[in-house]
Design a protein around this ligand. Structure first.
Ligand code: GDP
Ligand code: IMO
Ligand code: MG
Length: 433
């Protein structure tokens, strides 16, 4: 017993193990069935999460997909950043779908994305030239920048006018100077910001949870699911920096961004596609710019949920995945989209990188991403299974070549593949015994 908690109950973190869009929401949705509390621990509305359940498709950005189950508590932790208008729109859409949002709670310590954050994100992206990151332009980087610089606004500030006024007197002169002098953007008056904050206070009022410490204490003995957004390779400390987001999607991020420390985490499930995709700029050693990449994009419907951008596609990369297992703290893998390969004759897996300049082979991920242009993937080739696996529900019933492929991935990564997803629907899931 730890904190009076039965240690057989496992608290799980769902982590994206590649560059995002691995199918985290589908896996979170399934695991949320047995969870009492679902906590989103980082990121903001840069995320685009899809859940297909009961013949309906739900799109989420900020709100944990656990909200689909009536009676669950969903908490947006201190590590998240929230764009108020976007949050309001998402909540309204869920209500319009008949979803009960009464279990939704927000930490007063979550950061607010202000209009100047989105303006700066847009400006930086439009003028960066070669240094462009390809962000979602949702103000994520500038919001986290202000948080780290200690000049950010938190949800809780909206409900104490004295604090808000004191903070704005420090923040606004600084902000306006940078907006005007660095970015050539319009400054904000204090009255304008106060009026916005009044509006935001109304938006968050039904959800802000000042009693969050009591809430988390009460759930200590229950089942907790931590939901990550983005992925390990987009982590600000460990990803393909600077082509990353500005938060910590790794398993450790759940310990800082949720309100619970690391002792409440038992398992970290890394969600990985059977191939790799990436949206935005940055290195991608196994990227396929040929008709095979096009085929994966078409069959896998690889277009962004948040921005609609076509996703870059490539073969499964065991080099980044081994790295992800290490830095993400992954204890097992949920492999999604294996069904996309149903018609493929051959499937490749990258086991190492080779430097085209001197022939040096890397089995560990080289972190100087500006040198990745000199790297080429070393592939092994697997025979396809050439049959429809989307209706299979038992691991033993998967075609032999498919099982061989999955077992080889386990061997390369050193962790078990505990879940195999064979389609977007909740039902299309195989649990390994
Ligand atoms: P997330 O951001 O990690 O939650 O992933 P997204 O929702 O952005 O993208 C994953 C997409 O793949 C969604 O459209 C899912 O409905 C879909 N999906 C998830 N798992 C599977 C699967 O096993 N097979 C297929 N064909 N689609 C899947
Ligand atoms: P989910 O949770 C895929 C990418 C952007 C860009 C970089 C920085 O759906 O997996 P940002 O707006 O965060 O400053 O952009 O990160 N990115 C994602 N890519 N899935 C996501 O979320 C992403 N969130 C951000 O494309 O390259
Ligand atoms: Mg996504």
């Amino acid at each position: 017993m730890i904190y009076g908690r039965d240690i057989n109950m496992t608290n799980k973190v769902v982590v994206g193990s590649q560059w995002g869009d691995e199918g985290k929401a589908k896996i979170t949705d399934i695991l949320a069935h047995d969870a009492d509390l679902i906590i989103r621990y980082q990121g903001g509305c840069n995320a685009g999460h899809t859940v297909v359940a009961d013949n309906k498709t739900y799109k989420f950005h900020l709100i944990p997909s656990g909200i689909l189950y009536k009676g669950k508590t969903c908490f947006l932790g201190a590590g998240t950043v929230i764009l108020p208008e976007f949050f309001e729109q998402e909540v309204n859409e869920l209500i319009a779908h008949g979803i009960d949002v009464s279990g939704l709670k927000i930490s007063p310590l979550a950061s607010i994305t202000m209009p100047y954050h989105t303006e700066v994100d847009g400006y930086s992206e439009s003028t960066a030239g070669k240094g462009k990151i390809g962000t979602t332009k949702k103000g994520i980087g500038p919001t986290y920048t202000d948080k780290a610089a200690r000049i950010g606004l938190k949800i809780g500030d909206l409900y104490n006018l004295e604090t808000l006024n004191e903070k704005l007197d420090i923040i606004l002169p600084l902000k306006n100077k940078t907006l005007e002098k660095v970015y050539g953007l319009q400054p904000y008056t204090k009255d304008c910001i106060l009026a916005l904050c009044e509006k935001y206070a109304q938006i968050f009022k039904p959800y802000v949870c000042f009693e969050w410490q009591e809430l988390l204490e009460n759930f200590r003995k229950k089942q907790i699911l931590f939901e990550g957004a983005q992925g390990v390779m987009l982590d600000v400390d460990y990803g393909t920096y600077p082509f990353v987001t500005s938060s910590n999607p790794i398993g450790g991020g759940a310990a800082t961004g949720s309100g619970y420390g690391p002792t409440m985490i038992d398992e970290v499930i890394g969600v990985a596609k059977a191939y790799v995709t990436r949206v935005g700029e940055g290195p991608f050693v196994t990227e396929l710019t040929d008709e095979t990449g096009e085929k994966i994009r078409e069959i896998g419907h690889e277009f962004g949920v948040t921005t609609g951008r076509p996703r870059r596609c490539g073969w499964f990369d065991a080099v980044i995945m081994r790295y992800s297992v290490l830095v993400g703290g992954l204890t097992s893998i949920a492999l999604t989209k294996a069904d996309v390969f149903d018609s493929f004759d051959e499937i490749k897996v990258c086991t190492a990188y080779k430097d085209t300049r001197d022939g040096k082979v890397y089995t560990h991920y080289p972190t100087d991403v500006f040198m990745h242009k000199y790297l080429e993937p070393v592939y092994e080739t697997h025979k396809g299974w050439k049959s429809d696996i989307s209706k299979i529900r038992e691991y033993e019933n998967l075609p032999e070549n498919c099982r061989k492929y999955l077992e080889r991935l386990e061997e390369l990564l050193g962790v078990p593949v505990s879940i195999v997803s064979v389609g977007p629907d909740r039902e299309q899931t195989i649990f390994r015994k």
